[in-house]
Design a protein around this ligand. Structure first.
Ligand SMILES: Cc1cc2ncn([C@H]3O[C@H](COP(=O)(O)O)[C@@H](O)[C@H]3O)c2cc1C
Ligand SMILES: O=C(O)c1cccnc1
Length: 350
């Protein structure tokens, strides 16, 4: 396995479909621009799907789960055993993303990349164990080269499953106690930001907990400084298996022409890394929501992303992205089914 595939270009946007969709928006029975962001969404999707009237029927959600060595530094409000326990909960249908996937009639695919509390073989969970957890990146790289390659490849494999099922939209979710610490450390390096600016409460740390978490991140960033100019190396040193799998899935989805709906803070940091590695994949990303996690806005700004929802959510699992699916579907339905001025006999301006 090599990493050369990461550099393959993203599928190009179809400009003529995008232009046709933009012209159609101006011809529909509404004041020009009155559907705001829904118009921009339908136009972007038309270019990506190479048809003037885009549609999102089948949605594929993959939740990548993995544990983090950095969890032993006391950076989460919850114990590490939760990661493995939640894998079981995803499969048995009781997690937030399980409920949302059912409501959307979306495929829910769960990939266990390595949990300290190993739930073992479970129906409906792909077992792709890389290691029980990453290494503690306070004084060593989180992953070996080989582990990074395998995690990225698991992301690409999830996209292949989505494509074989005929899905038009890919949502990547994550589960891993401690992963807001890994994502924040990675964001600090990619954005050249200071840890206090972007470190947040994750699952619910108090003020003192957030201060401690920011100090841990600052120590880790200082240890790895000098080796993280390359985004892939930053990902290897400070990321996690599930974060790397998200990166691999985002790059692969753009290469295979599958639209991605990015979830919250952790997913957005993975998106930031994916764009740093292969800038062409930015075009294939839609951003679902603004997470309550402190650093999210900084990451969204760096990606020039304007998310669809702002509900104060801070869960992960792909839940915010799932929430935004009906909006994406409705934007497509409006573009397709609204009458034009001439069809409806409504007078246009001028
Ligand atoms: C029961 C439970 C379910 C979750 N589902 C997602 N997360 C979220 O919280 C974790 C990140 O926060 P931190 O860095 O503070 O540990 C990740 O697993 C993330 O997906 C959960 C967390 C818990 C406790
Ligand atoms: O926005 C997220 O993805 C998030 C925030 C806090 C905890 N877990 C996930």
């Amino acid at each position: 396995m090599s990493l050369q595939w990461l550099q393959q270009p993203a599928k190009p946007v179809d400009i003529s479909s995008r232009d046709a969709a933009a012209a159609r928006q101006d011809d529909l029975t509404k004041p020009r621009g009155a559907l705001g962001g829904l118009e921009a969404l339908a136009i972007q999707l038309a270019g990506l799907q190479a048809r003037p009237c885009p549609a999102i029927d089948r949605v594929h959600i993959t939740v990548f789960a993995a544990d983090h060595g950095i969890a032993s530094a006391g950076v989460s409000a919850y114990p590490q055993v939760v990661t493995g326990e939640m894998v079981r909960n995803f499969a048995s249908g009781g997690a937030a993303i399980s409920v949302l996937a059912r409501q959307l009639a979306a495929t829910l695919d769960v990939v266990n990349l390595g949990t300290v509390n190993d739930p073992g073989e479970i129906a409906g969970v792909r077992r792709a164990i890389i290691a029980p957890s990453t290494a503690n990146f306070l004084d060593q790289a989180a992953m070996s080269d080989d582990q990074l390659v395998r995690a990225l490849d698991e992301g690409a494999q999830a996209v292949r499953r989505a494509q074989s099922a005929g899905s038009e939209l890919f949502i990547g979710g994550e589960m891993g106690i401690g992963n807001t610490t890994a994502a924040t450390a990675l964001a600090c390096v990619l954005l050249e930001a200071g840890p206090p600016e972007i470190t947040g409460a994750g699952t619910g740390l108090d003020e003192e907990g957030v201060r401690h978490k920011a100090e841990i991140i600052a120590r880790a960033v200082a240890f790895h400084r000098g080796f993280v100019a390359d985004p892939l190396e930053a990902l290897r040193r400070l990321g996690g298996f599930e974060i790397a799998a998200l990166v691999g899935s985002y790059v692969s989805a753009a290469q295979h022409g599958i639209v991605v709906l990015v979830d919250g803070f952790i997913s957005s940091v993975a998106a930031l890394a994916a764009v740093a590695i292969n800038p062409g994949c930015r075009e294939w990303m839609l951003f679902a929501h603004r997470s309550a996690e402190r650093g999210h806005q900084r990451v969204l700004d760096a990606l020039a992303a304007n998310p669809l929802l702002d509900l104060g959510m801070r869960l992960g699992e792909g839940s915010g992205a799932a929430l935004a699916v009906p909006i994406v579907r409705l934007a497509c339905a409006l573009a397709r089914d609204m009458a034009t001025f001439s069809q409806a006999g409504v007078s246009n301006r001028d």
